[in-house]
Design a protein around this ligand. Sequence first.
Ligand SMILES: NC(=O)c1ccc[n+]([C@@H]2O[C@H](COP(=O)([O-])OP(=O)(O)OC[C@H]3O[C@@H](n4cnc5c(N)ncnc54)[C@H](OP(=O)(O)O)[C@@H]3O)[C@@H](O)[C@H]2O)c1
Length: 266
Amino acid sequence: MDLGLSGKVAVITGGSSGIGLGVAERMAAEGAEVVICARREDVLKGAIAQVAERTGKIIAGLSIDVTEPAEVDRLRDEVMRLHGRVDILINNAGTGIYKPFLDVTEDDLVGGMQLNFFAQFRVAQRFVPIMQKARSGSIVNISGCSGLMVLDPPFLSTCTGPAKAAEIRFTKALAAEVGPSGIRVNCIVPNFVVAPERFERWRNSMGGGSRTSSEIQEEWGARITLPGKRWCTIDEIASTILFVASPASSYTHGSVIVVDGGYGRD
Ligand SMILES: NC(=O)c1ccc[n+]([C@@H]2O[C@H](COP(=O)([O-])OP(=O)(O)OC[C@H]3O[C@@H](n4cnc5c(N)ncnc54)[C@H](OP(=O)(O)O)[C@@H]3O)[C@@H](O)[C@H]2O)c1
């Protein structure tokens, strides 16, 4: 299936690792002009090299902190300087804090909202005027299942869940407001995706490396109903994101698409 991504300009926040990097690679392979951003320069360089090696395509990488309004301005300005337009925004940079309720600090609470909801809002606000002028664009906000349902164990949800829920509500409201000017806005809701860097952070936040990755995957994935209760791969979640971002899904708008292997059954 031709997704119609060739020549499209796609901006991916948090594109240097995990899901964002998977999407960057697949978009580049489809012929899109990709700009990724993240904070760490060395990781960005590694991501650009990986995409070039696997796809033969050179993508752009900008060292930007999406929680800083002035840096988000710079992201928009650099994308316009490089390409003069933007067709696709993947609002992916985000994180999860996984601690029992009473252990959550003020920094965890505020930082979670800053990086998840506030940053998505802010990045979209910079790019929507450009898309409105073009009367065309596709925004995909990446949320997470804790924003829709209580996960097991429940400590996965109290801090991160509300920030991820805000991203879902934001998607719906923005879709209603900017849809008439030709901009599609959708939300992808992954559950457990095997993203190595994030996985190490999960393990560390739970008191270090005493349990193996497969033990944690087995415990957290107990409600998954696909064979083997396996977690989602980067490539599987990237496939859904690419389709929703692309012109191939032209009637998908204001949608919340859950990719959870059957974890949530209601
Ligand atoms: N993996 C999962 O199981 C899962 C499940 C549900 C939802 N999600 C959601 O999917 C998205 C991607 O998650 P992931 O697992 O792929 O994460 P990841 O592997 O940790 O990658 C996060 C990316 O975001 C960048 N980033 C973090 N803070 C940033 C900031 N302040 N400004 C700019 N970039 C920043 C990171 O680079 P730097 O650190 O260098 O900035 C990195 O490129 C997130 O929104 C996450 O909540 C993931």
